[in-house]
Design a binder for this molecule. Structure first.
Ligand code: GDP
Ligand code: MG
Length: 807
């Protein structure tokens, strides 16, 4: 009996709370725990919600919530008896009495049943396992469709009563066929305490597809890895403990036909039921960014729905709505305004199908398979060649129609993966790809870069000619056009870099790169997924920080975010080229390369440092998804590129524009330069400009910070350049050319110290705000700012001191 069935005034004792984790936790926190007495105080006029007395306080629950609480009604006498005794067993133990004597415990025990459902693909050995577990004799057959209705049996195992239900085999949980309907009903309406997902170990990839849907539903699941004998005979290897960690559900190998592993399976079921298993972890199947956005929008709408309660996962409901599979949502009456959600879902679906150029079902299936493939890539090793596997995997392909994935593409994917993630070849192929990417970025990018530069020069010259020499012209030409133009120049490089990156992303190669790099990244306590943002960081740190979104674990994500600034972004290159080129001639190529390497070294040390101090964490298991390879649609590339261009343009139009104007204004005021005669010699012009600058606010600030950078061998002008570079690193060079003559001001040693400082210190305002936004707090952004600058100072100091000894 459930709580909602009680009449007004009736008393009962709570037997168990059903439903998914987060719901149960909330209800338990309200005081609804096993062994607790409840009484119905009154039902609201429309019978919803219902008020209960529990722990001497009044709590109201909705009917939909109350029906998840199983109770035993008790008589007045019993209620009085229970309340005078110590309530449950653990209290008796504390009081030094035998808990078996507790009348309440006796009563609860005699009524407690763990509800367990078996689900899985057809012909995976569910019925065999059902018989072996319970001692029943149901018919077993080696073809699909033997079990057409649910069979239930109650038996006792180690003092626990278990109600086991065998369900017909299905490939997924979309209620199209009668079998699927029956399974859905059993899972979603009867809410078993634990689900046993029977998986055919010899055909694991396709079987785990169903498991991904159980993850979406957020059930408590134990995976029975059945036909384990066949897996072993085939010579394949599966680290099932690891697989369990990745799925967030324990995996137990079984041989249903021989009844092997049944005790371990039941022990695990009991552990999971009592929330004692540490493998159980709430995970999500990650879908694409577009889909996640759509899901989140739908979830927001679901949360607002007055009829919604968290008995069911809102994410799952959103997935169903997005898939357009509304049968169950409609029937369950979970939402009061379904039509509105349906409409929103339809719109999102249309949008996403257009981007992917595919059916929604297909898109979802691809991501689920990507998840499965990724998990298996880490813990499954097939024997020898693939052809051997097909021979061993006997009746596997028979029921393929039920499967929502084009098999030919999966095979093509496997063939491509055999090359691109090859143990030996994978790495050089990737390096070659990187080389082509950087070459294209810099050589191809040079042409449009020259055009933009010419355009900016033309504009500056034109404005100089047509505008009268006044404050406005100075602002427009020196502040806005020079500042913004100097940064706009890098747009082509960045677009080419991003074109490659979005090609890698949409073909599915990026995921393989992360996989190849995983081992290497582990040595610094990170995962392969962190490699992608770091790579992007060489182009520009801002999108790199955003790219950390794909890392689920928060600490890993933070560490990655905090080391991205040490990846020398393209904006710093001009500084190196200018200064190193000036003093080190033919050796400058090598020195610049070493500077890049040094940045990487600092990032590694920082990652290790953070991992051992602020961001300690145990290695959290996660799945690196392996999406099928596919040609990107133009729309998806275009969208990716368009987004990034917009981000960059926004940066230029916002932070950089403001900073340019600010630097210009600080250098211009308080006094405007005395009007020199138009025929004054260039030298006297330059001298006047310099004096003017020294008097300006910028000059005063420079003087103010001079003591801090003096130990690094730098003067106030260099300080001003560094300060200006806070807005964007590109600004360092442009400021330098305005306020000083580098040839005269620097020595080889100070140039080196300066270059190292530029490599390491505060990246730029854009990165600062990206870190603040993506980490969700200013704290980390401030930490990043202070840390990078402190490191820069120390390194620069060391370079200057040591360099002075030799150069
Ligand atoms: P269901 O359709 O999932 O209920 O599967 P059945 O229980 O009807 O079993 C299908 C076939 O697989 C039968 O021929 C069983 O004998 C066989 N089978 C079940 N479990 C195992 C196992 O662990 N190993 C092997 N090799 N065969 C099994
Ligand atoms: Mg069966």
């Amino acid at each position: 009996m459930t709580l909602d069935e009680l009449k007004e005034g009736q008393q009962a004792v709570i037997l168990k709370i059903k439903g998914r984790g987060s719901f149960r936790h909330r209800i338990i926190e309200m005081g609804f725990v096993r062994g607790q007495m409840v009484q119905v105080v009154r039902s609201a006029p429309l019978k919803d919600p219902v008020a209960f007395r529990i722990l001497d306080s009044e709590v109201s629950l909705r009917r939909a919530e109350a029906c998840c609480i199983e109770v035993l009604p008790c008589t007045e006498d019993e209620a009085r008896e229970f309340s005078t005794f110590l309530p449950v067993a653990k209290d008796w133990e504390k009081a030094g009495k035998d808990p078996q004597e507790s009348p309440l415990e006796k009563k609860l025990d005699s009524h407690s049943v763990i509800d367990v459902c078996m689900v899985g693909n057809p012909n995976t050995g569910k019925t065999s396992l059902y018989n072996a577990l319970s001692g029943a004799f149901e018919h077993v057959g080696n073809y699909s469709g033997v079990t057409v209705d649910a069979k239930t049996i109650v038996f006792t195992y180690k003092g626990h009563r278990i109600r086991l239900t065998d369900l017909p085999g299905t490939y997924s949980f979309s209620p199209y066929s009668p079998e699927e309907k029956l399974v859905m009903e059993n899972l979603l309406e009867h809410r078993p305490d634990v689900i046993v997902n029977v998986v055919d170990a010899s055909n694991i990839e396709r079987n785990l597809y169903m498991t991904t849907q159980l993850i979406d539903m957020d059930f408590r699941v134990v995976v029975a890895l059945n036909m384990f004998d066949e897996l072993e005979a085939s010579g394949a290897e599966l680290q099932y403990g690891q697989l369990g960690k990745l799925l967030g559900m324990p995996v137990i190998p079984t041989v249903g036909r021989l009844g092997k592993g049944t005790d371990a399976l039941l022990d695990k079921v009991i552990d999971v039921n009592e929330d004692r298993d540490c493998t159980v972890r709430h995970t999500h199947i990650p879908y694409s960014e577009e889909i996640e956005k759509a899901l989140h929008a739908l979830q927001e709408q679901i949360w607002k729905d007055p009829a919604y309660n968290d008995v069911y996962s809102s994410r799952y409901i959103a997935i169903k709505i997005l898939e357009g599979d509304l049968e169950w949502v409609r029937r369950s009456g979970l939402l009061s305004d379904l039509p509105a959600l349906e409409k929103a879902g339809e719109e999102e679906r249309g949008r996403i199908e257009k981007i992917f150029g595919e059916d929604m079902d297909q898109v979802f299936a691809d991501y689920r398979y990507a998840f499965v493939r990724g998990a298996l890539k880490e813990c499954y090793h097939r024997p020898g060649s693939r052809s051997g596997k097909v021979a061993a995997g006997a009746p596997a392909e028979a029921g393929e129609e039920g499967l929502p994935v084009v098999p030919s593409r999966r095979r093509a994917t496997e063939r491509i993966d055999a090359v691109l993630t090859h143990r030996i070849w994978g790495f050089p192929i990737f390096l070659a790809f990187m080389w082509v990417m950087f070459q294209a970025t810099f050589t191809l990018g040079q042409y449009p870069m020259d055009w933009i530069e010419a355009g900016v020069d033309w504009l500056t010259g034109g404005l100089d000619r047509i505008l009268p020499d006044n404050l406005f012209r100075a602002l427009l030409v020196d502040g806005v056009v020079q500042g913004v133009g100097g940064v706009l120049v890098f747009l082509p490089n960045i677009l080419i870099l991003f074109l490659f990156i979005s090609f890698m992303e949409s073909t599915g190669y990026m995921a393989r790169v992360a996989f190849i790099m995983d081992k290497l990244m582990h040595t610094i306590g990170l995962h392969g997924k962190s490699f992608i943002p770091l790579l992007i960081g060489f182009g520009c740190n801002v999108p790199a920080i955003m790219a950390t979104r794909t890392i689920e674990n928060r600490k890993d994500r933070l560490i990655t975010m905090l080391i991205v600034p040490f990846m020398s972004c393209s904006a710093r290159l001009p500084v190196y080229v200018l200064l190193v080129g000036m003093f080190f001639g033919s050796r400058s190529g090598t020195i610049i390369f070493l500077i890049y390497l040094f940045g990487i070294l600092v990032s590694i040390l920082t990652a290790l440092l953070l991992r051992h101090t602020f961001l300690k964490s145990f290695d959290s298991p996660f799945v690196m998804e392996m999406p099928p390879y596919r040609w990107p649609t133009w729309l998806s590339i275009w969208k990716g590129l368009g987004n990034r261009t917009m981000q960059y343009l926004k940066k230029i139009g916002g932070v950089i524009l403001l900073a340019s104007i600010l630097v210009w204004a600080l250098g211009y005021f308080p006094a405007s330069p005395d009007g020199l005669p138009a025929d004054a010699s260039p030298q006297s012009m330059a001298l006047a400009e310099k004096q003017h600058l020294e008097q300006s606010y910028l000059g005063r600030i420079g003087r103010f910070i001079e003591p801090v950078i003096k130990p690094l061998g730098m003067d106030w002008q260099m300080g001003v350049c560094l300060l200006a570079g806070v807005s964007a690193k590109e600004v360092v060079v442009s400021t330098m050319s305005v306020i000083m003559d580098p040839q005269a001001a620097f020595t080889p040693v100070t140039a080196l110290a300066f270059v190292f400082f530029v490599l390491l210190y505060f990246p730029c305002i854009g990165v600062f705000s990206a870190v603040a936004k993506e980490s969700g707090s200013w704290k980390w952004a401030v930490f990043m700012a202070l840390y990078t600058t402190a490191v820069a100072w120390l390194v620069s100091f060391a370079v200057y001191r040591i360099g002075s000894l030799f150069l």
